[in-house]
Structure formats: structure tokens, C-alpha cells
Design a protein around this ligand. Structure first.
Ligand SMILES: [Zn+2]
Length: 463
């Protein structure tokens, strides 16, 4: 039989239904699908490949899904330290969001996409919220797709200034559109880049706690109409459910459930501050949650209740929360921090294991995003990564999964394949002029810092 690409002789961690690991194994790819996965000897004998990549000494894993990112924040990387989520937003991220131009956003998204591909991320859910005019949203989606990534640009919607937004001090410049306008603009984006596109558009009321309830209803209705998922920030900070309860007399996830808005189309970023009933609701409805442990640690937001959510039935993905709140889009770091956060919080070293972290980053992330990827099995989308395992920080090698989750990092990825196409190899993203991109990103970031009045944040040493 003939195939286009054969990844031969690696340690193949399939994360399939039986959690098969082939050491050594091979993966055959035809077009944009995986044609076969199995022990190296029999797979290599059965398939004639147009191109064969020798994967000995390497792991072959399903590509990672970053379930929650903000690629437009790439140009803010490295600034805004020592703040919890709300001051971080008010003093840093909102002013940045107001200063960012359409071209800044496009360049930032390309930079973020390149960084993601280099570390084996093949799907990203990019919660884009500045600027959100359709031309910029579509340009960001096109930039992400052109770099070679799969996923969705979840268009952040704020709508009018609710009493909660007013009380919590969101700057007036954020409120550019009415609820009806936000929904219409998102509809336009979804029409122009319909579901099934490699990078889709999803509706994303920015934060359950301070956007209008009608905006949330409208977002869920749009997702149902078009057949996509929808996305929102949910109870990231302890004050989010508190302020909601005060304003509406009900907790935010309880409200979603009561309104019938909680189902497999719902993807909630963070979900740190949930009560037991809310966890039960999310689980019963098989809703998605993106866990962002690096961002949660950086901003001191809290620790998500991973065990309870998964036992209740929630579909839990891992996310980076973008290059600003986490500084790196590196799912190896996110996997490790997932485990460490749970263990520190529960004082139980067995609270979560490395196999589970890899499952969340791959198969569960793909379930959450609805891509059908995240596993290496015949018929699945050909989204995968080849990871070096022979570097000094990975030797000696005994257990591949342990080496991946605890010892490896994004820069150990050597090859990334999305939709059957090699998009990162030999140290370069093949579809992007990386040198020009990095120079432009640095220049634009410096201009942005001065425009947003962040000069004081760039001091070489803070006392
Ligand atoms: Zn976020």
C-alpha cells in the first residue's frame, strides 16, 4: 500500500481507546488522515511511502490542543507582573487591548501560531478580543491558518456596560458595540468563514460575570445555529461568581444550566471558582472546561478542581491562556503544572498522573474542540508531533510518557504535522518567514508599549 508520509521507528504513544504504545512503532499518513499505526516492523513492511522520516530516538504523539489562548497578546509578553487577575486586566491588559491595532493583532497572532507549532500544538482555540471588527477577526483567523494551525478564533464580545462591568471598573473604551451589534458582527464572521474551515469562528461572550445575559443567550444560539462551539471566561477569579450572585441572585454556571445553555457546545475557560452543584451541572451536560494552570499560578487565581470535574463527566482540555498570562505557549509546561498544581493543593502525590496530563493535552483537548484529532489511530486527522527524547535532560529514558510530561519541553519538538502537512521541521515553521516576523513583532511591541503608556513596566530591575 502507498502512503504520503511514514514516521518510522519512534516511540509511538497513540492515546487511543486502548492507550496503545508501540516501541518501536510507525505511523503512515495519506492525505490529511492517518492511514495506519502499529509496530514498526509490520507497518514499515506494509507501506510504501513517498517520504519516510526516521523517528528512532523520538516520541511520536498526537498534536496538542491549546484549549484557551489569546494570540493577540503575544506583543505583551514579559510585562505586567505581580498582579492578580483583576488589577492585571484593569491596569495592564485592558489598556493593551485598547492600544492594539489590526496589524498588531495579525502579527501577534502569527507569532503565537509559530510558537505553538514549534512546541507541537496543532489546534488552538484563540479567544481574540482586540480589535474585534470583522476584518481583523478574519485576518487573525487567516494568519493562524496560513501558519499551518487548526482551530478556532473565538470572537470576544463585550456588548454594553452592565452594572457588574460598571461596578468592577472596566474602562468605557471597551464598550464599542451593543449586544445586537456584537452578535451580528460575529454572525458575519461565521458566515464568511463557515464551520468546517480549518480555523473556524466561534462566538465568545468575553466573561460570564460581566457581560449581559442576552449576549450569552445569543452566543449559544449562534453556536447551535451554525454547529460550532462557543467559548467564555468562567469564574477565573474568586470575585467572579460573587459579583454575579450579588447582581442576579444566582451563580453563573447555575444560571447557564437553568437557561439550558450548558451542553457539549459550551467551552468554559478556567472554571476555578465553582461550587459542588456547578461542577455537577457541567459534568451532567458534558460541557467543556479549559484548565490553564500556568496562568492560574502566575496570576494567583486558584486551583481548578480537576478530579471532581472529570469524575462528574466534564470534558477537560488544557490551555496556555496565551503568551501574556503564561509567557510561553508550551503544553509540556502546562501538563507538568497541571500535575504539580493538583498535588500542591491536595497534598496527594497521586492526585493526578503523567498519563492523565497527556490525555488532557491530546484526546480530551480534541474532544473539547470537536476536531476528531488528539489520537493516533487509522482514520483520525493527521495532526501529530515528533519529540526528541535523546537530549541530556531526557536521558536515561525508561518510560516515554514520564519523559514527555516531566522532562521534555516545547523546544524538544522536531516535527509538527497538521492536517497531513509538515508545518514545522528542521527548526523552522515552513509556511512563515520567521526572521521577518520576529523583527516585526519586536518593533510593533515597542511602539505599542509606548502608545499604551507602559514605559514604566520595562525597567530592567524592579525594586
Ligand atoms: Zn483568558
Amino acid at each position: 500500500m502507498e502512503c504520503d508520509l511514514l514516521l518510522s521507528g519512534g516511540r509511538v504513544v497513540t492515546v487511543d481507546g486502548r492507550r496503545s504504545v508501540y516501541e518501536p512503532g510507525s505511523v503512515a499518513i495519506t492525505g490529511n488522515r492517518i492511514a495506519a499505526v502499529g509496530p514498526a516492523a509490520e507497518t514499515d513492511a506494509a507501506w510504501q511511502a513517498a517520504r519516510t522520516v526516521d523517528c528512532r530516538g523520538r516520541a511520536v504523539v498526537p498534536g496538542f490542543t491549546d484549549g484557551h489562548s489569546h494570540l493577540f497578546q503575544s506583543l505583551a509578553r514579559g510585562l505586567g507582573e505581580g498582579l492578580s487577575i483583576w488589577p492585571w486586566l484593569c491596569e495592564f491588559m485592558w489598556p493593551y487591548s485598547i492600544a492594539v491595532t489590526p496589524d498588531d493583532a495579525r502579527v501577534a497572532a502569527t507569532l503565537g501560531a509559530v510558537e505553538a507549532l514549534r512546541s507541537g500544538i496543532t489546534t488552538v482555540i484563540d479567544n481574540h478580543y482586540a480589535p474585534t471588527d470583522p476584518e481583523t477577526v478574519l485576518a487573525v483567523a487567516a494568519a493562524v491558518e496560513s501558519a499551518g494551525l487548526r482551530g478556532a478564533v473565538a470572537r470576544g464580545m463585550i456588548g454594553h456596560r452592565t452594572p457588574v462591568a460598571l461596578a468592577r471598573g472596566l474602562p468605557p473604551a471597551l464598550f464599542r458595540y451593543s449586544v445586537a451589534e456584537e452578535l451580528e458582527l460575529t454572525r458575519e464572521c461565521m458566515r464568511r468563514r463557515p464551520p468546517g474551515s480549518t480555523v473556524e469562528i466561534w462566538p465568545a461572550p468575553l466573561n460570564l460575570s460581566y457581560v449581559d445575559q442576552d449576549l450569552v443567550r445569543g452566543a449559544a444560539a449562534l453556536a447551535a445555529e451554525f454547529g460550532t462551539r462557543w467559548h467564555t471566561h468562567c469564574s477565573e477569579g474568586a470575585k467572579d461568581p460573587e459579583s454575579y450572585l450579588e447582581a442576579y441572585g444566582i451563580r453563573p454556571v447555575e444560571w447557564l444550566a437553568a437557561e439550558g445553555l450548558l451542553d457539549e457546545r459550551t467551552t468554559l475557560a478556567h472554571a476555578v471558582w465553582l461550587d459542588d452543584a456547578e461542577i455537577r451541572r457541567i459534568g451532567e451536560r458534558r460541557a467543556g472546561v479549559a484548565h490553564n494552570p500556568v496562568s492560574n499560578a502566575y496570576l494567583a487565581s486558584g486551583v481548578m478542581r480537576l478530579r471532581e470535574l472529570r469524575e462528574a463527566g466534564a470534558v477537560v482540555a488544557l490551555g496556555t491562556d496565551g503568551p501574556s498570562a503564561g509567557h510561553r505557549q508550551d503544553m509540556f509546561e502546562v501538563m507538568k503544572q497541571t500535575l504539580f498544581g493538583q498535588r500542591q493543593h491536595t497534598l496527594d502525590p497521586a492526585a493526578a498522573r503523567c498519563e492523565e496530563a497527556l490525555e488532557l493535552a491530546t484526546r480530551e483537548g480534541a474532544r473539547y474542540a470537536g476536531t476528531g484529532a488528539g489520537i493516533l489511530t487509522a482514520g483520525a486527522p493527521a495532526d501529530l508531533a515528533v519529540v526528541a527524547l535523546d537530549r541530556p535532560h531526557q536521558v536515561p529514558l525508561h518510560r516515554t510518557v514520564s519523559a514527555l510530561v516531566y522532562a521534555s519541553r516545547g523546544s524538544d519538538v522536531e516535527l509538527t504535522v497538521v492536517d497531513g502537512r509538515v508545518v514545522f521541521e528542521d527548526g523552522r515553521c515552513v509556511l512563515v518567514d520567521e526572521e521577518a516576523l520576529l523583527a516585526e513583532a519586536q518593533e510593533r511591541s515597542e511602539q505599542l508599549v509606548s502608545r499604551a503608556g507602559f514605559g514604566g513596566l520595562t525597567r530592567p530591575w524592579n525594586h
